[in-house]
Design a protein around this ligand. Structure first.
Ligand SMILES: C[S@@+](CC[C@H](N)C(=O)[O-])C[C@H]1O[C@@H](n2cnc3c(N)ncnc32)[C@H](O)[C@@H]1O
Length: 346
């Protein structure tokens, strides 16, 4: 097929489609979306072009995506036999991913897919389809209901590390808030393993603007970073005593660090343009080398606004002589916001 299937948070299909439109045009391709608002996925068609040509694109609003081989369904009672027939000429894959939309109906398939996984994996192994390929190949079977869906294959880790594009993270009992999961997902999704090893290590210093009750500060401090947590609100009990965290009761928009630090993180809920200007100021003046922060999304044209803010930030930082990488994602743990990472180049 000439399509990519993209999974997103329900309600963000049109942003994902608008983004794919821009990415396709940038790649000199033409395409169009087939999507229903609220269904949690879309099909991006590229007639006359193989879907793989745009499979490298990493849209902010897609949690995962991959080229479609075929639609399937209605599957008969012996689903495995029918799927094996469909996959007859597929080359071996390293991993099977059973996926579904992040809707009430989609999540309702979880049990069925859990029971289905073992026998299907056994059948794929017997068929010689599931075995190390050395090419990070994943077979994706995306179910819209228990008998219909789409099959596809991704390669080279392009579909990201997680089934459904949803990280399996466990909240530590020591974490002061669920927000700790958000920064963990951001670090996993927006940094590669080398970057995590480089930046998330003991001895680094971080400022956390809008820190209370302290989930983000805890995440960084529990990895050995020294954190200054800026917030008029209180931090969770014990955070300052048990971890290298110091609280400063101050305004995030006017407080200045006494000396430059490695990390700036910011989870203050404010106008996105104001947050963007604050990040530009900190990085541009060399107060921090890396920034991780949220931008609250407007109600409409979310994709356009995110791209405008990203371009303004890049332009502002370039004027300060900084060469940066800016990565952004609408995380599983993000609702009406996106998370951005600004890394120095080189
Ligand atoms: C979403 S919460 C942060 C949650 C935090 N990241 C965590 O992991 O627990 C936003 C915080 O920003 C703080 N905040 C809002 N405006 C602020 C400002 N102008 N200066 C400092 N903190 C501010 C609020 O007090 C609130 O604690």
């Amino acid at each position: 097929m000439d399509s990519n299937l993209l999974l997103c948070r329900p309600g963000f299909e049109s942003d994902c489609a608008a983004e794919m439109d821009r990415l396709s045009r940038d790649a000199g391709l033409w395409g169009y979306a087939r999507a229903v608002e609220g269904q949690g996925y879309l099909l991006w068609h590229t007639p006359q072009q193989p879907a793989e040509r745009i499979a490298d694109a990493r849209p902010v609003f897609a949690r995962t995506g991959w080229p479609v081989l075929d639609a399937f369904g209605p599957l008969p009672d012996n689903r495995i036999e029918a799927l094996l027939a469909l996959l007859d000429d597929v080359e071996p894959v390293d991993e099977l991913r059973l996926e579904h939309p992040d809707t009430n109906e989609g999540r309702g398939l979880h049990r069925f897919l859990k029971r289905f996984r073992r026998p299907l994996e056994a059948a794929l192994t017997r068929q010689g389809l599931l075995k190390p390929s050395g090419r990070e190949r994943c077979l994706h079977l995306f179910f819209t209901d228990s008998r219909h869906g789409y099959a596809g294959v991704s390669e080279g880790g392009r579909a990201g590390p997680w089934e459904n594009g949803v990280p399996r993270l466990k909240l530590s009992a020591q974490a002061p808030s669920r927000s700790a999961l958000k920064i963990e997902e951001a670090c996993q999704r927006l940094m590669n393993p080398d970057e995590r090893a480089h930046w998330l290590r003991s001895g680094r210093e971080a400022i956390d603007l809008g820190a209370a009750p302290g989930g983000w500060s805890w995440f960084l401090a529990s990895r050995g970073l020294r954190v200054t947590a800026v917030d008029h609100g209180k931090l969770a009990d014990g955070l300052e005593n048990e971890y290298p965290v110091t609280r400063v009761a101050a305004d995030a928009f006017t407080w200045r660090p006494p000396s430059p630090v490695d990390w700036l993180v910011c989870d203050v809920v404010d106008k996105p343009a104001r947050t963007r200007a604050l990040m530009e100021q900190w990085l541009g003046r060399g107060w921090a080398r890396l920034a991780l922060f949220n931008l609250k999304l407007p109600m409409k044209q979310r994709h356009v606004q995110v791209e405008q803010l990203r371009a303004q930030l890049r332009e502002g930082l370039e004027k300060s002589g900084l060469r940066v990488r800016i990565r952004a994602a609408h995380l599983y743990h993000d609702r009406d916001e996106v998370t951005l990472l600004v890394l120095p180049r080189g």
